[in-house]
Design a protein around this ligand. Sequence first.
Ligand code: SAM
Ligand code: SF4
Ligand code: SF4
Length: 336
Amino acid sequence: MLVDAYKRPVKDLRISVTDRCNFRCSYCMPLDEYEWIDKKEILTFEEITRLAKLAIEFGVEKIRLTGGEPLVRQDLPLLVEKLSALKGLKDLCLTTNGALLSERIQALKQSGLRRVNISIDTLDAEKFKRMTKRGDLNKVLEGIFAAKRAGLAPIKLNAVVDRGVNDDDIIPLVEFSREHGFAMRFIEYMDVGNSNNWTSAKLVPKKEIIENIHARYPLREIGRDQGSAPSVDYEFVDGRGDIGVIASVTEPFCGSCTRLRLTADGKIVTCLFSQLGHDVKGLMRGGATDDEVRTFLSSIWRKRTDRYSDERLTALNSATYDPKSHRKIEMISLGG
Ligand code: SAM
Ligand code: SF4
Ligand code: SF4
């Protein structure tokens, strides 16, 4: 089995299919313009599928398609079809802002997509517009219900909690998800990328999120799926569903991080907070054989020592953390 320097196997592959997005969420991609990846530098579906196949040989069981906004990539169902046909892949999921989902859901389903995570930070249409700059809440709700009608399951809803902005939306989102059978996942606001001006004051810690929900709808902890998932899950004591919290900042899970990332322009990245990627596209376009690509991938994973969130917690606890001291790859190009 392929393991990294801390004996962590590789089990998940997150593929960013584009760095573009039709939203400009304040916590992710607040600027109007970025240095967009040139079209010819974007991996083709054939290149992505080739890499996914090799990653599965090394132990990858789950693939998540993300971005940027994956649904702005033309013909995404063709990629879903290719990936869902790969032997050994146990789970293929899409993370989307949902704006284009109602239009694309039938094609995605026919191509083999079985489940989806949709981001929704508030049910207040005006606030939704403010948080996403370009988003229309109604389109996202249409997308969520279209996915439900198409039979995708489970449908997980993601909300980043930004203090003073949408912390008062936690209970309405919980009620919405309980009513319609969705699984709500709250995400601690992280210092991803270089432009969201993150400070620890914006963070609502997991403990506070859980106490808030538990006071209204009592919860019982289930734990992490398979012991290693980013989300710590809880079920409602009344049996009406479950929620989860991804507490990358206050309860980091680097020790069980099995995630490999592929950027839209063909770089292999071993941590969400990496400063550099490893160019596998150049290798492939230079005519490398599968064996050469295998050697490249395995040598990167073997040397992997990332534990950024563990280190950040230590620095936060000693008040020495400066998020700007570390320039990262933007989340839109490496896949959240
Ligand atoms: N555009 C898609 C979407 O919004 O679902 C997929 C890409 S987005 C980068 C993937 C996930 O990252 C979303 O659930 C989003 O809420 C989350 N995310 C973005 N910025 C974040 C931040 N600063 N802290 C925590 N999560 C963040
Ligand atoms: Fe776009 Fe998703 Fe980032 Fe929002 S979180 S700006 S929808 S990539
Ligand atoms: Fe994995 Fe890096 Fe996140 Fe730690 S900080 S859990 S190593 S992606």
